[in-house]
Structures are given as structure tokens and as C-alpha cells.
Ligand binder design. Structure first.
Ligand SMILES: [Cu+2]
Length: 173
């Protein structure tokens, strides 16, 4: 990632972090009675989290999601921080911006990429640097076509700030 792109990302992060923080923290804890999404129901490939630099309060988790039946990603959570959101990025008036989305539809049989510059899972209000080489648990919160809640807990490796294999892989599709 270039310095310029990183700078604009950090600005967007700072802008996005403030209005959502109190809202996300007020969400009550969920009961742990949700069924796990099986490997057959949902393939998760190449998950990774970008390491943070000093002072950075948010970072992204990226992966490829491919369900065998239609699923909707409605949220995520992590013991790392109470503020985890599903985001999209889009160019608005020539400026790349990110925003929270309430859900992300995952079509059956199709690979949906969460990648830098696109959909991602945002880990926010970070209290300490996220170090390359560490592993962070993240639980995906999903719904099936009947509205039944499903979850998948991933152990996601943290990659260096310079890592971009996820975006390169998607461009080759
Ligand atoms: Cu984001």
C-alpha cells in the first residue's frame, strides 16, 4: 500500500471511528446459543488482519467467503475489542470513504472477497498495537435464508502493514 493511500485510509478511519463507537458499545452481549456454520455451509479462505502502526486505533480483517447456501453476514465480534463492524468502501466525489453496513449478502456458491479497498471487517477502538505474527480470534455472525443465526469463529493471522496478497489474489479472479 502506498504512503498516500495509507494516509487517506487513516483519515477515513478517524472520521469513521467517532460516530459509531458509542453505538456499538451500547449493543448488549449476545447469548452464546448460536449454531456454528459448518465447513460445508461456509468456506472461509485466506483470512488475515493488517498489523497496525503506533497510534493506529483501527484495522481491517480480510478474507474470502463462499457459502453453499445464501447467507448474510450481519456482524462480527472479537475479544480484541468491543467495537467490530462490517464496512464497505466506496469512492464518493473522488474520495475513498468507508462506512458501516448493517449486512452483507453472500450469494450461494459465489466467492465474496473482503479485501483492502472493498468490504472488510473493521476492528476499532484498539487499545494496543496489533502485531504481525499474532493470531486474533474473530467470530462471524451470519443469518441463513430462513433467518436462523449461525456463527463461525476464525483464528486470524496478523500480517505486516505491507502485506497485500489478499487484494492481488482477488484481482487474478
Ligand atoms: Cu472500515
Amino acid at each position: 500500500m502506498s504512503t498516500i493511500r495509507m494516509s487517506s485510509l487513516l483519515i477515513a478511519l478517524a472520521a469513521a471511528a467517532t460516530p459509531f463507537a458509542s453505538q456499538a458499545q451500547s449493543t448488549p452481549a449476545r447469548a452464546a446459543v448460536v449454531a456454528a456454520a459448518s465447513e460445508q455451509q461456509l468456506q472461509v479462505r485466506d483470512p488475515w488482519i493488517r498489523a497496525t502502526v503506533a497510534g493506529q486505533k483501527a484495522t481491517g480483517a480480510f478474507m474470502v467467503l463462499q457459502p453453499s447456501q445464501p447467507l448474510v453476514l450481519v456482524g462480527a465480534r472479537s475479544p480484541l475489542t468491543p467495537v467490530v463492524e462490517v464496512h464497505e468502501m466506496a469512492v464518493v466525489d473522488g474520495v475513498m470513504k468507508m462506512r458501516r453496513i448493517p449486512q452483507l449478502a453472500l450469494p450461494a456458491g459465489a466467492a465474496t472477497g473482503l479485501k483492502p479497498g472493498g468490504y472488510h471487517i473493521m476492528l476499532m477502538d484498539l487499545q494496543a498495537p496489533v502485531q504481525a505474527g499474532s493470531v486474533i480470534p474473530v467470530t462471524l455472525e451470519l443469518r441463513d435464508a430462513q433467518g436462523k443465526a449461525l456463527e463461525r469463529t476464525l483464528q486470524i493471522p496478523v500480517r505486516p502493514v505491507s502485506y497485500s496478497a489478499g487484494s492481488q489474489q482477488m484481482m487474478h479472479h
